[in-house]
Write a new protein. Structure first.
Length: 755
């Protein structure tokens, strides 16, 4: 980047402000005191521009971008621009209520969207995993600074209170404002330090998640009391009961409803970005629900984010679309408006400056001490507790949101609001270097190192990235065995499955004319097979790792199946399972029915051809798996798929490497070839360790690859071969000579995992 970037970036906001002020003067002359849509648009453009440029500058010096967006508002507000050129600043951002309310409305909606995004980033499974340490840190980290804030509010001079007769309300809100950490800032710094998967990093992030959750519950209750105008047992009970009922219904029934709504919209709406609209509607509905029961809308927006983030079909693409909208538009506008509302010139008063410094000190000491004590109670070393205290002191975006809500509801005065914003800026900018210093001094334990190595292998994996499966099967043994495999895979992680029941006529491109009763029975049988296998899969899991129940949807298609299957595939599936009666053609190779179905899906697929015991008893036959490997990505995917299936019953599994050297040549073929095959088999063994599954290894070098695979299956009594393959170009489905040979010669069941 050229060296001239920074001075140019610094000059742009001022040049834009001058142009906006000139436009504001002309518009005021034309329209009198009426609100101007042109000025409103210009304000939005300016806030986005300044926020983006200063956010970029902050990131380049190791600070979070949100601080640049907040400082953009401070620079454009009365603190800097207003102090230098007050007339121009008033023209750019006139204090007239009607004009100001236009950009304030965008800002208020931005609060809800920011809380939605915060909720989506809240990983409750991580909190459950870390357990004791996170609970101790979050409780102590909230209680101590909350008590400090309430105590400070009790001794504030009356001149700083919005209403002198409601001191307790202001004290409660001040305590809440001082007690919350910013999960977004904390997570960003921990991620930047590559500490996300470290034991301490997980404690820090999960503690921030719990603090955020507790904080928003406290804020919702405090605001409901503020709206009541007084504090008595009735209003307190109403807020507590309303919050408990809302959380209980949301995290049980609401979780299921949100999933069904998102899936229904994703599957049935043809218009663009329909899921984004559904997510925003869900957020608005829950926010209004909390308002109706007397709890502030912030809790509804935050909880909606948690529920939406846990939806099994919230794909990364949808998440990026929503995140882009919030990050690019609403964040710079909201934080810019918050900065505009802060008048730091009041700190020129020595008494107020000392009070602001005292607020920063109390907030920092209270948060650091609470987190440090909680960490020690939770079993952390003093080095880890020290890093934890440093990390929890970042207020950032959360504090600004809290302060803005407090100002808009009358719980905070303009002076207190400015002090809290100053405190948020100071603690957030001080946290990154302090946390980096502290984390660099935390040693890594042996067990932690081994866990990180396992997770690095998992990050390259195929199965953990599956979010939704599509199952195209008929009533044959192949279809029933494919249903079983799909259920075994889905049950381990609660992956939703959509079943498309087929008939021979449908696979051949013709409509299904079966009687309604027969079709319904066939559809129900397919779904029951998947659910039974998923239930078996869940039984094998440790209690603490139990996945959510597998959601099975049966999709009956009236149109010819291959075309309809292609249309169904567009709804966002990560893998297709195919199990139909006619898989092999009389002349060899795949049947044309299979060709037609495979062409309909562009992603990974599993093609099942049940033989021997699996053809006779597809739902109950044991599994004894052979998986050929050769170092390619497709063979690695198949190995991971096979290991995940074998894990359910601890079934025997062998990874076979077929060497290009003859048996007599391997001894003198040089160490390079042997190291290569050992590295491949070691990689498969590491994947098996990740799934807590034993795997045997074998090497054959005395025949062609297909004959070697078939011979090994016969020699060891394997009844299923799971083989990774890649599609070859051509009119017919073809996976190469080795796959064709195995498909033709194997007496065991064959499953091709195709890329």
């Amino acid at each position: 980047m050229p060296f001239g970037f920074r001075p140019i970036a610094g000059a742009w906001p001022w040049a834009a402000a001058i142009l906006l002020a000139c436009a504001g003067r002309a518009l005021a002359a034309e329209g009198g005191g009426a609100p101007s849509e042109s000025l409103f648009l210009a304000q939005l453009v300016l806030l986005m521009l300044a926020g983006r440029l200063l956010g970029e500058a902050m990131q380049r010096i190791g600070q979070p971008a949100v601080m640049g967006q907040l400082l953009a508002g401070v620079l454009l507000g009365p603190s800097v621009f207003g102090a230098i050129a007050p007339d121009l600043q008033h023209m750019a951002f006139p204090p007239a209520r009607d004009q100001k309310s236009m950009v304030d409305a965008i800002s208020q909606f931005g609060i809800l969207l920011l809380l939605l995004l915060t909720g989506m980033e809240t990983d409750l499974r991580l909190v459950r995993k870390v357990g004791k340490a996170a609970v101790a840190v979050s409780l102590a980290g909230v209680a101590l600074p909350f008590a400090c804030g309430v105590a400070l509010g009790a001794f504030l001079p009356d001149s700083l209170l919005p209403k002198a007769d409601q001191r307790l309300m202001t004290a409660l809100f001040l305590g809440t404002a001082l007690s919350i950490s910013s999960i977004k800032i904390v997570a960003a710094i921990v991620r930047d330090m590559k500490f996300t998967r470290r034991d301490l990093g997980q404690v820090i992030v999960s503690s921030a998640i719990m603090e955020d959750t507790l904080g928003w519950i406290i804020i919702a209750i405090t605001l409901s009391l503020a709206q009541a105008g007084r504090i008595d047992l009735a209003s307190v009970a109403k807020s507590l009961i309303g919050t408990a009922v809302f959380l209980g219904l949301s995290l049980t029934v609401g979780r299921r409803v949100v999933f069904l709504v998102i899936r229904s919209v994703n599957d049935n709406f043809a218009s663009e970005f329909a899921v984004i609209t559904a997510i925003l509607v869900i957020m608005g509905a829950l926010a209004l629900a909390t308002q109706l029961i007397g709890v502030n809308t912030v809790l509804g927006a935050f909880v909606s984010g948690i529920l939406i983030g846990e939806s099994p079909i919230l794909t990364r693409h949808i998440d990026q679309q929503l995140r882009g909208l919030i990050t690019a538009f609403f964040m710079p506008v909201f934080f810019g408006v918050a900065g505009l509302s802060a008048d730091l010139t009041i700190l020129a008063n020595g008494q107020l400056l000392l009070l602001a410094l005292g607020l920063i000190a109390i907030a920092s000491i209270g948060k650091f001490a609470g987190a440090f004590v909680g960490g020690r109670i939770g079993g952390l070393s003093w080095r880890e507790a020290l890093a934890l205290g440093c990390g929890m002191n970042a207020r950032g975006s959360t504090e600004v949101i809290v302060a803005t809500i407090g100002l808009s509801t009358g719980a905070l005065s303009q002076t207190l609001f400015t002090m809290i914003v100053a405190m948020a800026i100071t603690t957030t900018m001080a946290m990154p270097p302090m946390l980096r210093w502290a984390l660099a001094r935390v040693p890594m334990r042996k067990a932690e190192k081994e866990r990180l190595e396992r997770e690095e292998i998992e990050a390259r994996g195929f199965v953990p990235k599956l979010e939704r499966l599509l199952l195209a099967v008929d009533h044959s043994a192949n279809g029933r065995f494919a249903s079983r495999l799909a259920g075994l895979l889905a049950g381990q992680r609660g992956i939703p499955i959509t079943v498309v029941p087929l008939t021979s006529a449908a696979a051949d491109g013709k409509a299904d004319h079966a009687p309604p009763g027969d079709a319904a029975a066939r559809n129900g049988k397919a779904a029951r097979g998947v659910k039974a296998a998923a239930a078996d899969s869940k039984k094998s899991q440790p209690k603490e790792d139990k996945a959510a129940p597998v959601d099975v949807t049966v999709r009956t298609l009236d149109a010819p199946t291959p075309e309809a299957l292609a249309k169904e595939a567009e709804k966002g599936y990560d893998m297709l399972f195919i199990g139909i009666e006619r898989t092999r053609a009389k002349s060899g190779g795949f049947h044309r029915d299979l060709d037609r179905l495979a062409v309909a899906f562009a992603g990974p697929m599993a093609i099942v051809d049940a033989r021997s015991a699996h053809a006779e008893r597809p739902e109950q036959s044991p599994l004894d798996i052979l998986v050929p490997v050769n170092g390619t990505e497709v063979s690695r995917r198949a190995a991971e798929f096979a290991i995940a299936i074998a894990r359910v019953f601890k079934a025997p599994i062998t990874a076979l490497y077929v060497s290009a050297l003859k048996a007599g040549q391997r001894g003198r073929g040089g160490p390079r070839g042997r190291r290569y095959e050992q590295a491949i088999l070691k990689d498969i063994a590491e994947i098996a360790d990740q799934y807590d599954q034993d795997v045997a290894t074998a090497v054959r070098a005395d025949t062609t690859p297909d004959d070697a695979v078939v011979a090994e299956a016969k020699r060891r009594g394997h009844n299923i071969i799971i083989m990774g393959v890649g599609r070859r170009p051509g009119d017919k489905l073809f996976f190469g000579e080795t796959a064709a040979g195995v498909f033709e010669k194997s007496p065991a069941t064959v499953v091709f995992v195709a890329s």
